[in-house]
Design a protein around this ligand. Structure first.
Ligand code: BGC
Length: 341
């Protein structure tokens, strides 16, 4: 048996479950139907994602540990955008900006869930988002399928459809620490990214419309580098964000390998595959270390790193960025996988 579920709480009249999946080859996961949160990801007996112990802890998950993010990953400047000449005003939850879907984003939804054991073990999560929710137009139906693959990957398949033109840009906010979630910082992890360009940040970690070459900058990961080399630099962009919190433009198109990361102590490595155009590399700059987390771990700045595959932030404002608008009747269909070695 590679799947099972366990009732862990009742919340707002709904049952909250932990779903356990295993690929029978050393990779297993615990995922909640609350926020689609990946709570544990265990490879070679090492739990490689940050999280909390109890469901109640996740009710104040301000760092978005493990969660599905929607309708829109990242920030929408001034919480507003236009579609078909009409202006939409969103809720604001990061200064004047809308961040990770708003006040009650998909990370706080209780998803319908179904475990499936075929050749591979999967968890299918479904939810809806009503027209006007957090200010977004259109009734949206969403399906996210997590699969533990035979080749030791966790594959995330995102699907969505709307009855009106809207914004859809879904991602997952898992913080990885390949040495083990409780083993300190990721500064000596190394990263390789197939990315020749990035979008620098303006105010409040939002993009300013520029596309810059990474060549000769701390953002060039075309040669494998430790995070430490880049984060402890005097680069203005790094100083302004207290680390990396930037959108990298991924080379190529279609589903492809876009990078890999290595833990220095465990020897565990992770390959990243996606069909998206961009990835937010976020080195947990805002984790402040004053909260007891999973297994009594005290996380702090740089305890983990997120690889949030996404549309370029600011695309609703800057028309030279590929758009995240999903047209009525069209399907958002995207896959991102993290594969462990
Ligand atoms: C954002 C950061 C933010 C973090 C936690 C990341 O996806 O890029 O700016 O601090 O999420 O909210």
């Amino acid at each position: 048996m590679r799947i099972k579920k366990e009732l862990i709480a009742e919340y707002n009249g709904k049952k909250i479950y932990s779903f356990f999946l295993s690929n029978g080859k050393g990779l297993s996961a615990e995922i909640l139907n609350y926020g689609g949160i990946i709570k544990r990801l265990i490879y070679k007996n090492t739990d490689i994602c940050l999280g909390f112990d109890t469901f109640e802890d996740y009710l104040t998950n301000d760092d978005y540990f493990g969660a599905i993010i929607g309708r829109n990953a990242n920030r929408i400047v001034n919480s507003e955008f236009n579609i078909n000449g009409k202006k939409y005003k969103l809720t604001s939850n990061s200064g004047k900006d809308n961040h990770h879907g708003g006040i009650n984003g998909f990370d706080k939804k209780i998803w319908e869930a179904e475990l499936v054991e075929d050749e591979e073990a999967s968890l299918i999560l479904k939810t809806t988002s009503e027209d006007g929710e957090e200010g977004f137009p259109g009734n949206l139906t969403v399906k996210v399928t997590y699969t533990l693959t035979e080749d030791n990957g966790i594959k995330i398949h995102y699907e969505a459809e709307s009855d009106a033109d809207t914004v859809v840009n879904l991602t997952n906010h898992t913080y990885f620490n390949l040495n083990g979630h409780e083993k300190g910082d990721i500064l000596n992890h190394s990263l390789f990214l197939y990315s020749d360009f990035y979008t620098p940040n303006g105010d409040n970690e939002t993009t300013n419309g520029e596309i810059l070459s990474v060549k000769g900058t701390v953002f060039d990961f075309n040669e494998e580098s430790s995070f430490k080399n880049r984060i402890l630099s005097s680069d203005k962009q790094i100083i302004a964000s207290s680390g990396i919190d930037h959108n990298f433009i991924l080379n190529g198109s279609g589903y492809r390998k876009v990078g890999f990361v290595k833990g220095d102590k465990s020897g565990i490595a992770m390959e990243i595959y996606t069909d998206r155009d961009g990835i937010q590399v976020y080195t947990a700059n805002e984790i402040l270390g004053n909260r007891v987390c999973k297994g009594n771990a005290l996380y702090k700045r740089y305890s983990g790193v997120c690889f949030e595959t996404q549309a370029f932030p600011g695309n609703l404002k800057f028309s030279h960025f590929p758009s995240s608008i999903l047209k009525k009747g069209e399907k958002f269909n995207s896959v991102t996988s993290y594969k462990f070695i």
